[in-house]
Design a binder for this molecule. Structure first.
Ligand SMILES: [Fe+2]
Ligand SMILES: [Fe+2]
Length: 296
């Protein structure tokens, strides 16, 4: 006979209800690093996965050239036509063309991809704030989040109902790489994390590291909020040969399923024989559920 279920250990019917599904891809790197076979496989799997929105967390191109942005745009147009949130990465501003980088670094991105560098996407039961973390005039590789961007998050998040899932997307990483390879976090990343905790942010999605990490801010920033922290989902490179560390020569993406009581994240990896397949699944109970269980 099966043992009696442990109270609170599985989702009740209402908690299990799906609100929104999100495809999260990153670091497409259109240009020489792109692997066309993988890009086609991504389109194929995307046409079969249920989704309500797509998030692209930066580095659409390799060198911010117009023809690379045009190719990236055509690719995005072939994905399922659901609401799309795109932000730029450090490779989407010119590296070697210093005059352009100093004067108008996002000009071609704005002309070909999106006029909005800090977009907001509102979905049923969920709001996603995209932040442009590029710092083309200073820390080009490490990125930066300015205090006005944190204020912008506050304005958006404080205006939504309490149980809304709040997600931040930025290209650069707030938490260190999940291995021993050196990759500095953004300057003042801790300040941003602490502010996100205050604002009740549920999850942060990012890219840049070219290898995945799915975990929790408490792994890196114990701070004063030691009960739950913020879910962090880093996406590897979804279509390029620039995978690093444990995802060297690998391509990955994440698929998020937001439920009333939990955030489920499924990590997918590309295999030459079979295309993209799910390789691991992660469940994080929501803050609101924990509060209800404490009150019960
Ligand atoms: Fe990248
Ligand atoms: Fe990057």
């Amino acid at each position: 006979m099966d043992p009696a279920p442990i109270p609170g250990n599985s989702l009740e019917a209402g908690e299990n209800q799906v609100q929104t599904r999100i495809l999260h891809v990153s670091d497409l790197h259109f240009g020489p690093p792109l692997v066309p076979e993988v890009a086609e496989a991504l389109l194929d799997v995307a046409s079969k996965l249920p989704m309500d929105a797509i998030v692209v967390s930066g580095d659409l191109t390799q060198r911010a050239r117009r023809e690379q942005f045009v190719e990236a745009k055509r690719f995005l147009q072939r994905l399922p036509q659901v609401p799309l949130l795109v932000i730029p990465g450090n490779h989407d501003v010119p590296l070697y063309h210093v005059t352009r980088r100093m004067s108008d670094p996002h000009r071609i991105y704005r002309e070909e991809i999106s006029e909005e560098l800090n977009p907001v996407l509102r979905l049923p039961g969920c709001v996603i704030v995209g932040l442009d973390s590029t710092a083309p005039r200073s820390a080009i590789s490490n990125g930066r989040i300015h205090s006005w961007q944190l204020d912008h998050c506050q304005q958006i998040f404080q205006a939504v109902p309490k149980d809304t899932v709040k997600i931040v997307v930025a290209h650069h990483h707030f938490a260190p790489a999940p291995d021993y390879l050196h990759d500095s976090t953004m300057p003042k990343a801790r300040r941003a994390i602490m502010r996100f905790v205050e604002l009740g942010v549920d999850a942060i999605l990012g890219g840049h590291l070219h290898r995945s990490y799915i975990g929790n801010s408490l792994d890196f920033y114990p701070g004063t909020h030691r009960e739950q922290g913020i879910v962090i989902a880093q996406c590897g490179t979804s279509t390029s040969r620039r995978g690093r560390g444990r995802e060297q020569e690998k391509n990955t993406f994440n698929w998020l399923c937001l439920r009333n009581g939990a955030i489920d994240i499924t990590h997918h990896m590309f295999f030459h024989e079979s295309g993209f397949l799910p390789t691991s699944s992660h469940r994080f109970y929501r803050h609101t559920r924990l509060a209800q269980l404490k009150d019960a």
